[in-house]
Design a protein around this ligand. Structure first.
Ligand SMILES: [Zn+2]
Length: 272
């Protein structure tokens, strides 16, 4: 296949992609435009998504098709910071689920909503479930951004992070390192700061490397003075490259595994 861009195909080429065995997995990136401290741009979540997905697409073209990024997400809680774009819960859920359902209606059987912004997590999960219920396709949600879900690079993150407990949450050591690798011209390291003042306890922790039993989100201006939760000051491009490389590699494995999951017919066990 000549491209990994879903929307660069013509409709006859789309028919060819649908007929291929096995079919490509279709990825729907879902990001945000929001504050990321005084040192990172509002585009950080979308930039990290793009930086990972472009390489995933390039290395796995043929196995993966990627839609244009849905650039805005659930962000009302960041509106105290200038520039953030907020879309409400109902609109986000309706919009993202209808994109996924459109893909499934054409006959794609394996679809992933790829989330790049922490607060989109529940929306991405519910949109995927809606797609499954409406179409029967396999549709799931995941995030390759370790400040949302560290599972793809947890070992590398834990071993290499220098900021200690509290250093990875938002506009943090992880996100700053990734941006130093992917978009160094957009990072102002002289303004990168450490803010690990967020409350933590035995059952809740903002740090993404630590277990948390409570799902909770608050007005961001109550959590952080400058929009940083973590330690941006210790981030390096080298660490970003290491995290990016392992994430890209495992993301491709994840997609190739996901498309082996079959869609058996449902069974109706009612007797009447
Ligand atoms: Zn972010």
């Amino acid at each position: 296949m000549k491209t990994w861009h879903y929307d660069h195909l013509t409709w006859p080429e789309m028919n060819e992609a649908l007929a291929r065995e096995p079919q490509p997995v279709v990825l729907i990136p879902f990001g945000a435009v929001e504050d990321h401290g005084p040192h990172l741009p509002l585009s950080t979540d979308n930039d990290i998504l793009a930086g990972i997905l472009e390489e995933v697409g390039r290395r796995a073209a043929g196995d993966i098709l990627i839609l244009p990024t849905i650039p805005f997400g659930l962000d009302e809680h960041h509106m105290d910071f200038p520039g953030t774009i907020a879309v409400d819960i109902e609109t986000c859920l309706a919009y993202v689920s209808q994109v996924a359902i459109s893909v499934a209606r054409h006959g794609f059987k394996h679809i992933l909503i790829v989330n790049g912004h922490g607060s989109n997590h529940s929306i991405a999960d519910l949109a995927a479930r809606k797609c499954v219920i409406v179409t029967g396709a396999k549709c799931g949600a995941m995030s390759p951004n370790a400040a949302i879900d560290p599972s793809l690079c947890a070992d590398v993150l834990e071993k290499g992070r220098r900021g200690g407990p509290g250093s990875v949450s938002h506009a943090c050591e992880y996100e700053t390192a990734m941006m130093l690798h992917l978009q160094p011209d957009l990072v102002q390291m002289d303004k990168a700061e450490r803010d690990i003042s967020q409350q933590a306890g035995a059952y809740f922790n903002w740090d993404l490397g630590r277990p948390s039993s409570i799902m909770w989100q608050d007005w961001w201006s109550r959590i952080s003075r400058a929009g940083v939760a973590g330690d941006a000051s210790v981030a390096t491009a080298e660490f970003g490259r290491e995290l990016w490389e392992v994430t890209v590699e495992r993301f491709i494995e994840l997609c190739r595994e996901f498309r082996t999951f079959e869609n058996p017919p449902r069974v109706d066990h009612h007797t009447k």
